[in-house]
Design a protein around this ligand. Structure first.
Ligand SMILES: Cc1ncc(COP(=O)(O)O)c(C=O)c1O
Length: 372
């Protein structure tokens, strides 16, 4: 719900289009065919705000969710119906005590077990509770980031006693190069995943992230795990985006001035006016996630007209050259568009030399969040 006073006080407002998020979910679920479609909620639903996004997806029928951290899982649990499953990707915290492991049970969260130490701790929790406990098992199929390597899996298979204590409810792995459909890693990881899965007959499998869903049915298994595409990021770079933009970001003009030829603007005096220019200062900066690498190269929009960033992005403000816009449309208090109809998350990412994921997840806590 849009908090009118909060929005009025804020320098910038992020508006989430929940219909777009829900339409994206439906689109991904259709593309995934027979596989169930989960939603990845880590980093506060990629910066959009878990409180808004999670219940909307639950209403759309989503029943499987992923967070990265235990703390995120605890927050998410309160937002979802009791029959929703929440997996915590990082599993049991590295220096985790039995007490922390038991918190998973308290909040009805399922850990993704990524290494033998996590398996051992979950087994201890099982003995403590005298209960067989559900877990996802993650395999490293080549990304070398998270999950059990083949020798870990071999060790697990050599001592089947763990199965009395742990109920493996999902087998998963993660693709390193799914956004490059022709990359040899995709088939290699799929084959390694198949080999490892064969040791656990009957246990559902999950490999695909957003881009993986578009690699075809051979990557869908039983459950797909999109994050980025739900939030409008293009899962197939270089091709038209099949998803809808899910956010708009608007920042307020704080001050407007006219500079003359030779005047400089911003830190480092990087921008030098070549003639009379009107400069508008807006209330968003790199502390809000508008990346400093956009200094002198990014743009905003006023009524659909591009206005270039003039000079260096500051912590709390950005200066724009609004000379092309009639004065009455760029007065203090008016808003400019940073994300929305005229500029997508992927556009900004390209300009900033990063990926849409980073643009979204950096959007800071000072930005007011609402939805329509
Ligand atoms: C294990 C795992 N699964 C799924 C996802 C979702 O990926 P994407 O946002 O590319 O859909 C992530 C995010 O990086 C992840 O780490």
């Amino acid at each position: 719900m849009l908090d009118a006073s909060g929005a009025a006080r804020a320098g910038a407002v992020l508006t989430i289009d929940l219909d777009a998020v829900r339409a994206n979910y439906r689109r991904l679920r259709e593309t995934a065919g027979q596989a169930a479609c989960a939603a990845v909620m880590k980093a506060d639903a990629y910066g959009l705000g878990m409180e808004m996004v999670a219940p909307a997806l639950a209403r759309e029928g989503c029943r499987v969710f992923f967070t990265a951290h235990l703390e995120e899982g605890i927050r998410l649990r309160r937002l979802l119906p009791a029959d929703a499953t929440i997996y915590v990707l990082h599993g049991l915290p590295p220096a985790g005590s039995l007490h922390t492991a038991l918190e998973f049970l308290q909040h009805d969260l399922i850990p993704v077990l990524n290494d033998p130490a996590q398996v051992a701790l979950w087994r201890r929790a099982s003995r403590e509770r005298s209960q067989r406990l559900p877990a996802a098992l993650q395999f490293d199929t080549g990304m070398s980031r998270m999950g059990m390597a083949p020798p870990d899996v071999a060790a697990l298979l050599a001592d089947p006693a763990w199965k009395d204590e742990i109920d493996p409810v999902l087998l998963m792995s993660h693709l390193a190069c799914a956004d490059e459909p022709l990359h040899a890693m995709n088939d290699l990881q799929r084959e390694r995943f198949a080999t490892l899965r064969a040791h656990f007959p009957g246990v559902p499998g999950s490999l695909a992230n957003s881009s993986g869903i578009f690699l075809g049915a051979g990557f869908h298994h039983d459950l797909v795990r999109p994050g980025a595409a739900l939030y409008g990021i293009n899962p197939q770079p270089g091709h038209p985006n099949p998803l809808r933009q899910a956010v708009s970001l608007r920042a307020r003009i704080v001050q407007v001035r006219t500079v003359q030829a030779g005047d400089v603007v911003g830190y480092g005096a990087r921008y030098v006016a070549t003639g009379p220019r009107r400069i508008a200062t807006i209330a968003i900066g790199y502390a809000d996630g508008w990346l400093r690498s956009l200094s002198g190269r990014g743009q905003a929009f006023v009524d659909g007209v591009a206005v270039p960033i003039a000079g260096t992005v500051s912590m709390d403000s950005i200066t724009l050259d609004v000379s092309a816009i009639p004065e009455e449309r760029v007065r203090p208090g008016r808003e400019v568009e940073l994300l929305g109809e005229h500029q997508t998350v992927d556009d900004v990412a390209r300009e900033a030399g990063t990926i849409g994921y980073e643009v979204l997840t950096r959007l800071g806590s000072r930005i007011h969040r609402g939805h329509h």
